[in-house]
Design a binder for this molecule. Structure first.
Ligand code: BJW
Ligand code: ZN
Length: 238
């Protein structure tokens, strides 16, 4: 399938679902998780993004999130985020965006029909009373606490070993099963349940197109794998 044919499929699609990962925000300057660029000091995301890591050393985990918040606060949506927001404006009834990213750049670009399945780095949750609050403070106090009960706050983010919200899973499943085209952009396809989403869409009969800098674990499964930068390819396709 050529790029031109892919464009025609997208233009003719009845319902489109998009799945994005860190690669789409890499073009805005936000580091990805895996690969040499994805390291933070000597830690891997897998060692910091867990409830056990937070229980053991909340200061270290908050240091990581504070560093990322400061970095993300300086970044803007890129042409790939903007092209997806524009696609949604053209067809809001038949469009759903699923993002694994917590940086909020899709919302900043104007996307509204979306599930942020791993949460949002600009929200916090109280480990005491459970209150979820918006928070854009940068830099943060070393250990932020709840205004309501004084409990320790944590990022409102889904860590390894934690379940995604039932409501998000239900909405995603519906969007994957009912679409006739799934676009998978900038994800390594290594983290579940999102890593299984392309298979769900294929089972439902959708055409699956992948955009990534390199081939991934999913490249063999998809109908078309396009290699290049999201910021170049997404606007070209849409
Ligand atoms: C470009 C580009 C450019 C670069 N243009 N492209 C089934 C089987 C095995 C294990 C499990 C399973 N089910 C659940 C698990 C356990 C676990 C899991 O999947 N582990 C795997 C590592 C094996 N999953 C979970 O625990 C999930 N919970 C769950 O399933 O609950 C039920 C359950 C619990 C326990 C046991 C069983 C079931 C929760 C997962 C939460 C993940 N959260 C994180 C971190 C927190 C968020 C944060 O702080 O930001 O979310 S992990 C991290 O990876 C982050 C990301 O959202 C996620 C995905 O990464 P992504 O986006 O794919 O980034 P990269 O860096 O991997 O890839 C970037 C890609 O972009 C690359 O391919 C580049 O080539 C490309 N790229 N520049 C285009 N310019
Ligand atoms: Zn509280």
């Amino acid at each position: 399938m050529s790029l031109q044919e892919a464009r025609s499929h997208i233009a003719a699609a009845r319902a489109i679902t998009i799945l994005t990962g860190a690669g789409i925000s890499a073009d805005s300057g936000v580091p990805t998780f895996r690969g040499t660029e994805g390291l933070w000091r000597n830690y891997r995301a897998e060692d910091l993004a867990t409830p056990e890591a937070f229980a053991r050393d909340p200061r270290l985990v908050w240091e990581w999130y504070s560093w990322r918040r400061e970095l993300i606060a300086t970044k803007q949506p890129n042409p790939a985020h903007l092209a997806l927001a524009e696609l949604e404006r053209r067809r809001p009834e038949t469009f759903w965006l699923i993002t694994q990213n917590v940086d909020g750049l899709h919302r900043a670009a104007g996307s509204q029909c979306l599930s942020e399945i791993h949460g949002n780095i600009w929200k916090m949750r109280c480990t005491g009373c459970g209150l979820v609050s918006d928070n854009r403070e940068v830099p943060l106090p070393i250990l932020p606490t709840c205004l309501q009960c004084g409990g320790l706050l944590r990022p409102h983010i889904v860590w390894f070993g934690e379940s995604l919200l039932e409501e998000d899973l239900r909405r995603c499943d519906e969007a994957l099963r009912s679409c006739d085209l799934l676009l998978v952009i900038g994800t390594s396809g290594m983290v579940y349940p999102a890593a299984g989403f392309a298979s769900v869409a294929k089972e439902g009969g959708a055409l699956v197109i992948e955009i990534n800098l390199e081939s991934t674990q999913q490249s063999n499964l998809v109908d078309l794998s396009l290699q290049g930068r999201a910021k170049d390819l997404v606007p070209l396709l849409l």
